[in-house]
Structure formats: structure tokens, C-alpha cells
Design a protein around this ligand. Sequence first.
Ligand code: F0G
Length: 457
Amino acid sequence: MEPYRIKVVEPIPVTTRQQREEALKRVHYNLFDLRAEEVTIDLLTDSGTGALSAAQQAAGMAGDESYSGSRSFYRFHETVTELTGYSHILPAHQGRAAERVLFNTLLEPGKLVLANTHFDTTRANVELSGAEARDLPCPEARDLDSTHPFKGNIDLEELRRTLTGPDGSRVAVVLLTITNNGGGGQPVSMENIKQTSALCRAHGVPFFLDAARFAENAWLVTRHEPGYQDRTPRQVAEEAFRLTDGCVMSAKKDGIVHIGGFIGLNDGELAQRCELLLIATEGFATYGGLAGRDLDMMAQGLKEVTEPSYLAERADIATHLANRVRSAGVDILEPPGLHALYLNAGRLFPHIPAHHYPGHALACQLYLEGGIRSAELGSLYLGEEDEEGNPTKSAPYELVRLALPRRVYTRSHYDHVGETLEKIVKNAGSVHGFRITEQSPILRHFRATLVPVPVTG
Ligand code: F0G
């Protein structure tokens, strides 16, 4: 059961099918353009959408809004230092701000960043600095149905080969994203973190974590990794941070705050250079684009997030939804993680070709049938077309992500998701695909407009 009770509630909008049909037409079938008040259950992201605890709100009230050297900064600094052990902590307003400051300082054209999988803003920030972002996911990650417990691992053989090969001298950073959001929210094992750490040390390459979901990763380590069953998630997280040279953190996930993030570093000279860019573009080094109250709420959230009772319930509710989804007849990327489930839309709609976007078709059906908002992670997100609109590249899989906001929805909300999927599965053969009518040159899924393509045959 939930290790909390509800003190403040927010009504959720309930709409009719006809209203949703009209809303979809109005936004040209782009779910990003819906107004939140048109969405009943919003599973678009787990980022910045969690519920604050009473203790976090109280911490926020105690926030010190001094421009520099606030008490809030020192409380935040102490909490993050205890958790991570890094010598230098720089607050930033969110994960991508931390990425921009770090990568602009550390990288330059010609350099190479190796990761298990870069999250899309991480990749964008690496590329904006002129460097190359290369993903080296482990081979198990390619099999969506495999229940291997650590499909978020980096491919250590590939990593060794790259570090010792002709590209070795170009490698500026090795980055492990825990859990691996771009790879289905799968965790990285401590063994993989240790071996990566040893390889990086041997080659003199800095090793960083993208720690957005560090506590969820630690929980899965305590569940599935030999030798870690008797450790607390907090102990595992502390050990993971200490195997690295630094981290970038979006606290909108495992800080359970609406806004916040930080950079952690051991290299004093690098920290000084990052600090200058931070001051010029985010804010002074003791607030980094945040209010004092945000720093205090983040510090409190970072303490709550490693509580075993909180993580156990989060895992349990994800398993509950996974079971509902499977029994509705929809396959998911196995095994289910904690922050999201990834539905295999390609398998559900074999009659919809990749260039008619089966994932987008499922996301639109989830909205139409149940008022549920999700995120397509298939060919609309990753595919490309030439100027005449002919498909030139499709995604390896057609997925839809149901992200689970922290402490927000209950099991009966997720039962509604299961029931909606049951309805969709019954008429799966009649679900139609889409065609893009307008798109932007980059990040097209945010701004594309689409029209339905009727089912033929
Ligand atoms: N790294 C990871 C692994 C992420 O999942 C995200 C954001 C970021 C970095 C960037 O952090 O949003 O605070 O700037 N992921 C969100 C998502 C947006 O929906 O998965 P941010």
C-alpha cells in the first residue's frame, strides 16, 4: 500500500468522447498541443509532475531567498554532498541546464562522448558543443521481450574496444544514464558501473552519471543484483556516486520536485570553469537559477526518495499497471521498470506500417478512448523523411511510453488505463495510422501536425 495518505487533492478533468474527438482534431493530432485540462490521466512524463510531501512544503516555507550564500544553499549543499561525496556541487534549474553548462565547459568539436544511451537533451547538448554522442547499449537491450534484469548496462566490450581503438584519444567523457530512460527505463548494475569506472580510470577518461533516476536504479540493484540484497537503496546510491568523477542530475525525477537539478564534480579546476558559465547563464553559484525554497524542497526530496517504503510502493504500482497492460493483451518492453512502461505498439498494430506511425496511433487511441496522455517513442520521434515525404529512416521499435508521476495516481487510475487498453485491443484491426502534414527540421514530434490515414483492405 501507499506509505502516505492524501492531504491535498486536485480534481482531474473528466471529458466526453466527443470532446476528446474534437480536441484531437483541433490540435491536428499532436498530443503536446492539448491543454492539460483536456487530459484525464496525464502519463506524458514523470518529470516535475510528482506530488510534494508536507515535509517538502514545510522546507519550502523555510527557504532563504538571499541572493548569495543563502541558508537554503548550505542545506542543499550538505544533503547532496552526503549523498554523492563530490567535492563541488553546483545547483542548476533542471537537468538540461546542468548538461549544457558541463558539456560546454568540458567538450569541443572532435571530442566523443560514450554512453549506455544518451537521453535526447543530453545528446542535443553534446552535439551543440560540437562533439559526437555515441550510444553503446548492451546486447540484451535489443530484445524487448528479454527479462534480463540489467538491460540498461553499457556494452563493456564495445567500451573497451573504443577506448583502446583509433577513436580512444577523442573520448572526453563516459556517461551512464541511471536508469536508462532512452533504453526503456532499464537499470544499470553495480558490476557494470564498477567495470566502467575501472576502464575509465585505466584510460584517464572522466566518468559521469546522468543520475536523474538514481534511487530507482538503486532499488532495482537491491532487488536483482547478487551481493546487494542486504543493502539499502541509499547505500547503493552512495556507492554508485563514489565510483564516478561527477554527475548531472535532473531533480525533477528522483528529487521529487517541480523544478531543480545540479552538477556534481570532483575536479576543482573544471568546477571553477563550470561555475563561471553557470553565473553568466543560470544564476549565481549558490542558487543556479532556482529560488531558495526550491533548493530546500529538493534537499528534502532527495532524502525521501531513497526511503525503502516509498521505492517498494513505486515498484509495486508499476508492476500492478504492467500486469493490467499484459492481461489486456498488450506487450511491454520487459521487464517493467519503475518510472514508466513502454507499450509495444508495433506488435499491437501490425497492419500499420512504420511510416504511418503505429505508436502515435496507440497514443491517440489512449486519449480518445480514455482521456490518457502518453508519449510516442517510435518512428514519429526517431524516423526521418525526404523532402517529398517519403520515409528514409524508421525507428527500431514502435513504442508508447506511459510515464508514472511520483505519488500522484492511485491503482484505480491505473486500472482505468488497463480497461482503456482492453477496449483498444478488441478493435485493434480497425485502428488507423497517420500521415504528417507539417513538420519542423529538428525535434519534429513536438510540433508536427498529422491527419488520419484510413485503414484499407
Ligand atoms: N536525463 C534524463 C535521463 C532524462 O530523462 C531527462 C528528462 C533529462 C536528463 C533532462 O532533464 O528535463 O530536467 O532538463 N527527461 C524527461 C522525460 C523530460 O520525460 O523523460 P530536464
